[in-house]
Design a binder for this molecule. Structure first.
Ligand SMILES: [Zn+2]
Ligand SMILES: [Zn+2]
Length: 171
């Protein structure tokens, strides 16, 4: 899998936004993902919270057709004009909105676009939600075999122990 910076940033930022706690500092998350000019006002925070709920559907659905439909709806809302950019000395890459757009528009575009590119390049199988009961965390599956099932090793271990206990004969 080849990623340039926005192709990697988009899906990773989508994961971080979907997994963010209700009290999380969204501006800090944007800064962590190298979003330029990340300043958010209260309205921007509210819009990005509901955008994160919309992004979640792209991870939760298992059917490729349904996933494409979900991401197409995100693109309808987020994408502007497709154009090439070389900002910050980076190799030419595609942006879905102009750099002078406000931060909310840029975040929508990079997350929707990132999920779209990833889905197109990976056969639609690399977005997932944790298999452990009660865990709602989502992930991008960058494993070699593409069979990741858990958000973290911790959830995987927890489930393995629970299965082991369940399989033991009762005394
Ligand atoms: Zn860029
Ligand atoms: Zn988990």
């Amino acid at each position: 899998m080849h990623f340039n910076h926005d192709n990697r940033v988009g899906p990773e930022l989508a994961v971080a936004l979907v997994n963010a706690e209700p009290e999380a500092d969204l501006e800090a998350i944007l800064r962590d993902h190298a979003i330029r000019w990340p300043r958010l006002d209260a309205q921007g925070v509210a819009v990005l919270r509901s955008w994160s709920d919309a992004l979640r559907a792209a991870f939760e659905t298992a059917e490729p057709d349904e996933r494409c439909a979900v991401i197409n709806r995100l693109l309808d809302e987020a994408a502007g004009r497709l154009h090439l950019t070389t900002h910050d000395g980076l190799d030419p890459h595609l942006h879905l909105v102009a750099d002078e757009k406000d931060v909310v528009a840029r975040v929508k575009a990079v997350t929707a676009g990132g999920l779209a590119f990833l889905t197109a390049w990976t056969g639609g199988t690399r977005l997932g939600i944790c298999d452990r009961d009660g865990c709602r965390l989502v992930f991008v599956d960058t494993s070699r075999n593409g069979r990741r099932r858990y958000c973290s090793a911790r959830c995987g271990n927890y489930d393995a122990v629970a299965r082991h206990r369940a399989s033991r004969p009762r005394t």
